[in-house]
Design a protein around this ligand. Structure first.
Ligand SMILES: Cc1ncc(COP(=O)(O)O)c(C=O)c1O
Length: 411
């Protein structure tokens, strides 16, 4: 099925034929820049690229040019010949070599650079970089992130199973979510991952999971700090109207419950996650100040908590229009002193800022057609591979490779 996603690559011969019909009326054609792609984050599990035949998961990763370690650079670049390159390799050539299309193309060096940017920012701070698996759960990517020393942030039993399959260190994994199922909590308890407590019933389930598994569970309290992340309401999760986390006036109840279950629960820290696409790092600082006050209070009550988890949410460059966005260093610099002053281990949960700029969804034009009033460029990609733009108009950067886009003029 072809979607309305408009991606144009080097034209096939049939497209060339079709386009030739329009060459006579060039005034109705707009010159378009180059290729496509990826700013939303859904994984494609089955990626078929010949050059990746050695990889069991068939993820295509470009590996050249990894000597450029400037953090957060975009690895997809249009060069002077008008083509898009990934780490020095022409995407067009990769497209020609694949067995099946469309496909997602990832840059392994870019993933590495993104992690390195966080690591550099976190130097001198005891920390865990917990990759939020929901951002992209491709196993090959998970394995690469694990090999770089990342932990994993999970929001379902299946994400937990994936993390275990990718051999993440369980002590660097955090199980989040406000609807965690008992059976998944049992698995989490058995595996020894950290679990965030989100509500009263969640706490009851964690206690039950501990009893079933016979394992004490390391828990963090997910506190809703009521800080406005100034983002789209759909991705704001740390303000008081959100369904996530516990309200500060209930904190004492949770502390008493933890105290009442010493065999089942060990309180190790506090967590918050404000939302996604945050572009002002002061917001993280505002939340961290509040969270550290909670930790002070929790410690005053005799708990030996040592983890502050400030969640994920660092904004990314969706529009590629030259916006200056905060880097991991900017983010960590706003909380560094606070964390060090309390001798805390810092957990961060980046998702899209680790993976979004590493990937492009490569489509090929199947043909062009008209319904008399509107012209369509039909491609091989569809909402089966990338649902969000069609589903709710999510923004997707499309870059056209080569030639002309026919305007919506009847012909
Ligand atoms: C608890 C939690 N942590 C981390 C993330 C990752 O956020 P982002 O991809 O914006 O970094 C999310 C995303 O929804 C989340 O809910």
């Amino acid at each position: 099925m072809a979607s309305a996603t408009h991606l144009l690559s080097q034209p096939s011969s049939s497209l060339r034929r079709n386009l030739n019909q329009y060459q006579s009326n060039r005034s109705s054609l707009s010159r378009i820049p180059v290729l496509s792609l990826k700013s939303t984050l859904k994984p494609l599990q089955r990626l078929s690229v010949k050059a990746a035949a050695s990889s069991p998961n068939s993820v295509k990763t470009a590996t050249k040019g990894s000597d450029d370690h400037s953090a957060f650079n975009h690895c997809f670049k249009k060069q002077s010949d008008g083509f898009l390159y990934c780490e020095g390799t022409k995407v067009e050539e990769i497209m020609e070599s694949v067995e099946r299309r469309p496909f997602y193309l990832y840059s392994k060096p870019q993933i590495t650079r993104n992690v390195e940017a966080y690591k550099e920012a976190l130097e001198g701070v005891s920390s865990v970089i917990g990759y939020a698996i929901k951002a992209n759960n491709n196993l090959k990517i998970l394995e690469h992130l694990r090999s770089l020393g990342c932990g994993a942030v999970l929001v379902s039993g299946n994400e937990l199973r994936l993390a275990l399959r990718a051999c993440f260190d369980p002590t660097k994994c955090i199980f989040n979510g406000n609807g965690k199922l008992l059976e998944d909590l049992v698995l989490a308890a058995q595996a020894g991952v950290f679990v965030n407590v989100d509500s009263e019933f969640d706490l009851d389930n964690i206690v039950e999971a501990s009893r079933i598994s016979g394992k004490q569970v390391n828990v963090l309290l997910r506190i809703n700090p009521d800080v406005d992340p100034q983002v789209h309401p759909y991705v704001a999760t740390g303000n008081k109207n959100s369904k996530f986390g516990i309200r500060n006036e209930k904190l004492q109840w949770f502390l008493d419950e933890v105290k009442a279950h010493p065999n089942e629960l060990k309180l190790v820290g506090a967590h918050c996650h404000l939302g996604s696409t945050i572009t002002k790092v002061d917001i993280f600082r505002d939340a961290a100040v509040l969270m550290v006050e909670y930790i002070d209070e929790i410690r005053r009550q005799g708990f030996e908590v040592s983890y502050l988890n400030i969640g994920g949410g660092l904004g990314i460059d969706y529009y590629h229009a030259g916006a200056i966005l905060p880097t991991p260093m900017d983010l960590i610099n706003t909380v560094r002193e606070l964390v060090l002053s309390r001798g805390l281990n810092l957990i961060i949960e980046p998702g899209r800022s680790l993976i979004a700029n590493t990937c492009c969804f490569v489509n090929h034009v199947t043909g062009v057609k008209t319904n008399g009033t509107k012209n369509f460029i039909v491609i091989d990609g569809s909402m089966a591979e990338l649902i969000r733009p069609s589903l709710y108009d999510a923004y997707q950067l499309n870059i056209f490779l080569v030639l002309f886009l026919v305007t919506t003029k009847a012909y």
